[in-house]
Design a protein around this ligand. Structure first.
Ligand SMILES: [Zn+2]
Length: 122
C-alpha cells in the first residue's frame, strides 16, 4: 500500500503511514481519468524490457517499480516521483524517462530507465 502526504505544492511522499497521510486511492478519488504506461529497460540497448500499466481501477500498490537489470543493486523507479507531476495541473499528458536510482557495483550507476507516458484529468 502506498501512502502519500499532500502539501500546497503537490505530493510529498511516503510509503509509510504517518499523521496527515492518505492512501493513494484517496488521492485519486476525484480524478476523471488516469493512465500510466511505461517500460523498464536498458537505456542503450533496450534489454530486459518489462511493461507496466496502471489506471484508476488498477492503481500502483508499491512505491517502487522494480529495475530489470540483473546486476542492479538498490535500484527502482519511484512511483511517487512520477505521480508528483499530477499535482501540478488538472489535465496533463506527459512523456518522460526516469533513470534508475541503483548501481551495478564499482561505483557505476545503473543504465536502465523507465520510459513512460502519463495522462490524467481531474
Ligand atoms: Zn537499475
Amino acid at each position: 500500500m502506498i501512502y502519500i502526504q499532500l502539501n500546497q505544492r503537490g505530493l510529498i511522499v511516503s510509503n509509510q503511514y504517518f499523521g496527515g497521510s492518505v492512501e493513494i486511492s484517496e488521492f485519486f478519488k476525484d480524478f476523471k481519468s488516469f493512465t500510466l504506461d511505461g517500460t523498464v529497460s536498458d537505456s542503450v540497448w533496450g534489454k530486459h524490457p518489462r511493461e507496466h500499466s496502471y489506471n484508476l481501477s488498477n492503481l500502483p500498490d508499491k512505491e517502487f517499480i522494480p529495475c530489470t537489470n540483473p546486476q542492479c543493486r538498490k535500484g527502482g523507479y519511484s512511483i511517487i516521483k512520477i505521480l508528483d507531476k499530477l499535482s501540478l495541473e488538472d489535465v496533463g499528458d506527459v512523456k518522460k524517462s526516469l533513470s534508475c536510482s541503483g548501481d551495478v557495483g564499482g561505483g557505476q550507476s545503473c543504465t536502465y530507465s523507465f520510459n513512460y507516458s502519463l495522462d490524467w484529468e481531474k
